[in-house]
Every structure is written in structure tokens, then in C-alpha cells.
Design a protein around this ligand. Structure first.
Ligand SMILES: [Zn+2]
Ligand SMILES: [Zn+2]
Length: 505
């Protein structure tokens, strides 16, 4: 008996619905560096569940803009940024000068990528939530229950918690850091926290106006309650034993009286041949770049079709191309139909033409869409949606330029390449044989079969005939599948070129 494969996001959605009738998925990223394809797993995992939940769900993307700059990353100017370490990202100037803050500098292009990927999450910014006072109650609960929280942290992580440890970091009014001030006393009634900062300043912060921030391990469970989060995707780093989900789960229930959301743990995305993508390693591909080379639906599908706990190796070359064809063909056995259904955006039309074919056509037709459409029609494909095909051709051209493996690239030669003149007499006789056998009504398979007929007739290995053929056509020893290639080039020009090669001296 066949086992029905369940789309993983449907499984989580069913579990979430069993727990609550009103679900909220919350994803978040700290905008400390470029947000790239690797980070997309966070939001797209949430998006998959959001789609699977259907109506009555809320989907939030929370930018952790109130986190402190932890260190001077390699992509920052050390002379300029050393002084900002410890300050909230929302208070630090942006590296390029065109954004409101450091946080906005990295969040803005990411939010734009969300739009490109068809993710309609509500965008919230942590520094604004703090400034509006949404965290105030949680901050004072945490201060009241400081020792209980410390006990949970010790219990779960096994680490010694220093007596001066506090779940709350006041922001120093003098140096602007949110990492260096110690809580001296607090008053819930007026939301004030008196502090002494390492810089020497003592003062009073207003926690209802963003004057203090919860430490990460407490901030997270507080946020679950504040936003009513019921499903939370997070990377495997938070999921380790004694990690922030383990402590968050207990802090949520024991301190904030809230049941922790369903965890959705995902693995990293690595870049083929270059390890895990990370902006500090510089091996990242931005979503915007990728979305110019393939339809965004394909990037969604790439994430949706894989179990979240499975590590993904992102290869923008051929494997990505294969994925497009998988998504394009709902009948394909390898296509995960339900994942595809959730991944497809309203704008993507299935065109029913293998993408590799389009890539070859784009190389023959160059920039001309009309020539490409003529070649497609000649190949026997019904053109149902010319506009959709034009869009695909544009993706194919970008992909060719930026990500195509060298052996897939070719350009038609206007003249007979010099190497073709030096072919052996046997090879030339095989090309002559082919030129005389090709007819306009042959399909790609029949054309391809003639190469093997020539092998027998001319007593030369097929391999050598193929090489001679490609040399004559594109000046390389390899190329796209020959029968197919002839069909898209058109029999007449191929015949003329082979005759020329066969008689060249
Ligand atoms: Zn900027
Ligand atoms: Zn200070």
C-alpha cells in the first residue's frame, strides 16, 4: 500500500490548529549584516506554514532592530564602527548614508525581497515595540522574578549565573550602549529603572519608552506572549539542548504564564562548494540577485519541498534549473504537488517548455524574443502564453550570464570555425552523410538517430561525429543534445553549415 506523503507544513498546521483556533507565526532576523538566501529559510518556512494554515492566521516578521551591535564585522569600517559596539542597531548610523539607521540599511532590501518572494508578512520592528511600551509589563515581571529566571537558566543550561545578572539591560543616556548598564533599582508605577553604566554615568531610564531591553533569552518568550505567537520557526542553533528554545519554553510557562509556540526548527542552507552561507564569510547570494535569474516561485519551492531539518545545498547552476522544470510540470513524479501548490504565486504561469530548452534557445536567439518564439514554435511547442515565455527568456538570459556552468554555454558561430577545417576525412564524410540525410520534417529523436546511422555507414565512432558536429556549429567539442539542437536551429542552416565543413580545405 502506498503511503501518502504529507507536506511537512500541513503537519505543523494541523498540530497548530489542534492547539489554537487563532494562530500566529512569528519569524525574526537580527539585521546585523546582509540578509541573504541562507536567511530565507527562516521566513519561507514560516510562509509555508502560513499558507498551509489558510485563513485565520497571522504572519509576522519581526526585525530585531533593538539588538546591540556585537562586534565590528569584517564588512564594516573599524575606525568608524568600533565606537558603536554595544549600541542598538536602530541607533547606529547606516554604512551607506542613505538609510535611517544601521538596522534599516540591512532590513530595507530584505523587506523588498520578501515582497519579491510573495511573502506578505506584517513587518514589526523591535525598537518600535519597545518604544511603544509593548514590552513594559514583561520587563517588570522579569525584574520581579529575576531570581526565578536565573534559576531556570542555571537549571536548563547548567551554567553558573552571576548574582549581579539581570534579565533587563537599561540603555545608558550618556554613551548610548544597551549592554553596559547595571540595574540599581526600579519602580513599576512610573516604569523607571535606575542604573549605573560602565562609562561612569548613572541615570534613570523609562522602560515604557524604549529605555531598557530584555536580554535575548527572556526577550524571546516575552515576545511570544506579547504577540500571541503559536508557531515559531528558528535555526538549529537555538534548538540545541540547553539552547534558547529550551530556556524560553520554561520561562514562557513559569514566568509569563504562556505556552511556548510550536517549534519549527530548520537547518542551514549552504552554498555549493563554499559551506554555510554567512555574510561575514562573504559567500552569500542575495535574494534580489537570485530572483532575477529564476522565478521567485522556484526559490519558494526549493525551501518548501525539503523537510526543514534537512540541510540544503544551494547550487544556482544546473540543480536550480532542474527545480524549475520540476515545478513547471505538475505531472512530474518528483514534483511534490502540495509543496508546489503552496509555493506557486499568482503571477507564475507554467509554460510547459523545459527550461534547459529555453536556455539553449536564448543562446541561439540572443536578445530577440520574437526569434526565440519562432524557434519554440518550430520545435513543436504550443505557445499558449507568449508573455510568460518572454519573462522566462529574460530569467534564462540572466541565469546564463551569472550562474550557468561553462559547458552549457555556447554561441552560434557566424562563420565556420577554423578548427572545423582541420577535421579528419572520415569526420568530414560523416558530416556530409548527415547533411544529405537531414530533412525538414524530422523530429529531434530522428535527427539524433542519424548520428548513429552515420557511425555505421562511415565507420567512425559516434563520439567523433558529435565532436565534429559541435566544432562546425559552435566551435566547441560539446554542446546541447544534437537532435534537439538541430531542431531549434532549423534544419536548413545546419545542413548548409555541415556541407561547408565537409568540403572545407
Ligand atoms: Zn544604508
Ligand atoms: Zn554609559
Amino acid at each position: 500500500m502506498a503511503i501518502e506523503k504529507v507536506f511537512w507544513a500541513d503537519g505543523i498546521a494541523a498540530e497548530a490548529k489542534a492547539r489554537s483556533s487563532q494562530n500566529c507565526i512569528c519569524t525574526g532576523i537580527t539585521p546585523s549584516g546582509e540578509i541573504h538566501i541562507g536567511n530565507m529559510r527562516e521566513v519561507l518556512s514560516g510562509e509555508a506554514v502560513y499558507r498551509a494554515l489558510g485563513e485565520n492566521a497571522r504572519f509576522i516578521f519581526l526585525g530585531d532592530s533593538y539588538d546591540a551591535l556585537r562586534r565590528v564585522y569584517p564588512f564594516l569600517d573599524p575606525a568608524r564602527y568600533a565606537a558603536y559596539v554595544g549600541k542598538p542597531l536602530s541607533d547606529i548610523p547606516c554604512p551607506c548614508g542613505r538609510h535611517e539607521s544601521y538596522a534599516a540599511h540591512f532590513l530595507e532590501p530584505f523587506v523588498e525581497s520578501l515582497r519579491v518572494l510573495g511573502v506578505n508578512a506584517e513587518i514589526l520592528l523591535a525598537h518600535e515595540l519597545y518604544a511603544k511600551g509593548l514590552y513594559t509589563a514583561a520587563i517588570f515581571t522579569a525584574l520581579e522574578k529575576q531570581s526565578e529566571i536565573a534559576a531556570i537558566l542555571h537549571d536548563v543550561t547548567g551554567k553558573e549565573i552571576r548574582p549581579e545578572w539581570s534579565p533587563v539591560h537599561p540603555k545608558c543616556a550618556k554613551c548610548g550602549k544597551i549592554t553596559d548598564a547595571r540595574v540599581l533599582s526600579y519602580n513599576c508605577a512610573d516604569a523607571s529603572i535606575d542604573y549605573a553604566c560602565a562609562c561612569g554615568h548613572t541615570g534613570s531610564a523609562n522602560a515604557a519608552q524604549g529605555g531598557a531591553k530584555l536580554t535575548w533569552r527572556v526577550d524571546w518568550p516575552a515576545r511570544w506572549k506579547i504577540l500571541n505567537v503559536t508557531v515559531e520557526p528558528f535555526g538549529k542553533d537555538h534548538a540545541s539542548r540547553g539552547g534558547s528554545y529550551d530556556t524560553g519554553k520554561r520561562i514562557a510557562s513559569e514566568i509569563f504564564d504562556y505556552e511556548a509556540p510550536l517549534p519549527l526548527v530548520y537547518e542551514w542552507i549552504s552554498l555549493k562548494g563554499q559551506g554555510d552561507m554567512s555574510s561575514s564569510k562573504g559567500n552569500v547570494i542575495s535574494v534580489a540577485d537570485m530572483a532575477r535569474a529564476v522565478p521567485p516561485d522556484v526559490l519558494r519551492y526549493m525551501i518548501f519541498r525539503a523537510q526543514p531539518k534537512k540541510a540544503l545545498v544551494f547550487d544556482p547552476g544546473l540543480p536550480l534549473l532542474n527545480l524549475i522544470d520540476e515545478l513547471d510540470d505538475p505531472e512530474s513524479k518528483i514534483c511534490d504537488a502540495r509543496a508546489a501548490e503552496c509555493a506557486l504565486l499568482a503571477g507564475m504561469h507554467r509554460v510547459g517548455i523545459p527550461y534547459k530548452h529555453l536556455v539553449n534557445i536564448a543562446q541561439i536567439a540572443g536578445e530577440s524574443d520574437e526569434e526565440a518564439l519562432r524557434i519554440i514554435a518550430r520545435g513543436g511547442y504550443a505557445i499558449q502564453d507568449a508573455q510568460a515565455i518572454r519573462e522566462r527568456l529574460q530569467y534564462a538570459r540572466t541565469w546564463l550570464e551569472r550562474y550557468a556552468p561553462e559547458d552549457l554555454k555556447f554561441s552560434g558561430q557566424e562563420r565556420l570555425p577554423e578548427e572545423a577545417r582541420l577535421l579528419s576525412p572520415a569526420a568530414k564524410s560523416a558530416l556530409l552523410y548527415l547533411a544529405n540525410k537531414f530533412t525538414d520534417d524530422m523530429d529531434a529523436n530522428a535527427l539524433h538517430g542519424l548520428f548513429y546511422e552515420a557511425q555505421a555507414e562511415c565507420n567512425i565512432p559516434a563520439q567523433e561525429i558529435f565532436e565534429a558536429f559541435y566544432l562546425a556549429m559552435i566551435g566547441k567539442k560539446r554542446g546541447p543534445r544534437a537532435g534537439w539542437f538541430i531542431q531549434i536551429m532549423g534544419v536548413a542552416p545546419v545542413r548548409a553549415r555541415l556541407l561547408e565543413a565537409a568540403t572545407a580545405t
